[in-house]
Design a protein around this ligand. Structure first.
Ligand code: THU
Length: 128
């Protein structure tokens, strides 16, 4: 991926994080998905009084892409403004893997960035 595409993903994820609904954890996450067609979909985490109903930023972004007819994910960038980089939870890794074999998973806090492949983070996904 080009540096400018990565910068666009970061901007989209950071912007989405400002819309996180996280009154319980105060942990604001933004995610941006790049599809193979070059489109970008962003999402934020959306929490709930009934904690288990919370949906992570990554899944919001992916479901937006899929519901727009874009099922091929090339990369996912996760942005959290914390000193340590935040990796997607296991559930989100499994959902990312549903829509691509081995996309890039990019972690960023706006200051540093680390690029993984999905299989590095989830070497043994569940398959029916
Ligand atoms: N969260 C995400 O949005 N993505 C992840 O991959 C892990 C966690 C959210 C869920 C919850 O709103 C908050 O972070 C704390 O767990």
């Amino acid at each position: 991926m080009t540096k400018s595409t990565q910068a666009r993903l970061l901007r989209a994820a950071r912007q989405a994080s400002t819309r996180a609904y996280a009154p319980f954890s105060k942990f604001k996450v933004g995610a941006a998905v790049l599809t193979t067609s070059g489109r970008i979909f962003s999402g934020c985490n959306v929490e709930n009084n009934s904690y288990g109903l919370t949906v992570c930023a990554e899944r919001v972004a992916i479901f937006k892409a899929v519901s727009a007819g874009q099922r091929d994910i090339r990369a996912v960038l996760v942005y959290v403004d914390t000193p340590k980089l935040t990796a997607p939870c296991g559930a989100c890794l499994q959902v990312i893997g549903e829509f691509s074999e081995d996309p890039e998973v990019i972690l960023s806090n706006g200051r540093s960035t680390k690029i993984y492949r999905l299989r590095q983070l989830l070497p043994h996904s569940f398959k029916l």
